[in-house]
Design a protein around this ligand. Structure first.
Ligand SMILES: [Ca+2]
Ligand SMILES: [Ca+2]
Ligand SMILES: [Ca+2]
Length: 183
């Protein structure tokens, strides 16, 4: 069963994905999130970038819905049930990380820079967000970018991990847990 820490962490992302705030994820939440993310990136509807974001976000929606109890909405408990099974399927988690990485890497140079990361967080949180403090925690080798390997590790720590000290705890921004000082 998901720990209290996992529940709190996942509840934060869940609230971000629940664009209309009705306590359940529906298809309309995912189209709203797609629209918000595309707008922040300046991707017009009909553009290849907009289509790419839609594929990623609607892919998430069908994955979550297929694990849900109802056929039109996904609850926090549904998501936590998926999270419970993730440590048994590292390949699936790595696959999602790779898809997500490609979507976040707007200019396709194979790395996520601080501005690309910030636009992701602002899209997901729905408000202007300062990510300057968090980005260096995620940049594990301190080279100023998130590589695909770094992102895969962070993503896996977030979804399948249960250790608040893991840097992956902040992959979706500040979950309301104090930021530790880097040793
Ligand atoms: Ca909703
Ligand atoms: Ca990039
Ligand atoms: Ca790096």
């Amino acid at each position: 069963m998901a720990s209290e820490f996992q529940r709190r962490k996942v509840a934060g992302v869940f609230a971000a994905m629940d664009a209309d705030g009705d306590g359940a994820l529906r298809e309309t939440d995912f189209s709203a999130l797609t629209a918000r993310w595309a707008e922040i990136r300046g991707s017009a509807p009909g553009s290849p970038d907009h289509a790419r974001l839609a594929v990623v976000m609607m892919g998430w929606w069908s994955t979550l819905l297929s694990a849900a109890e109802h056929d039109d909405r996904v609850t926090l408990d549904d998501v936590l049930r998926v999270v419970d099974r993730l440590d048994e399927m590292p390949e699936a988690v790595a696959g999602t990380a790779a898809t997500m990485f490609e979507a976040i890497d707007e200019n396709g140079d194979g790395r996520i820079d601080a501005a690309e990361y910030r636009r992701l967080i602002e899209a997901w949180s729905g408000r202007p967000t300062d990510t300057d403090e968090i980005f260096p925690l995620l940049d594990l080798d301190g080279d100023g970018h998130l590589s695909a390997e770094e992102f895969c590790r962070l993503w896996t720590e977030f979804w399948a991990g249960d250790d608040p000290r893991h840097p992956g705890t902040w992959v979706f921004g500040d979950p309301g847990i104090p930021v530790p000082q880097r040793a």
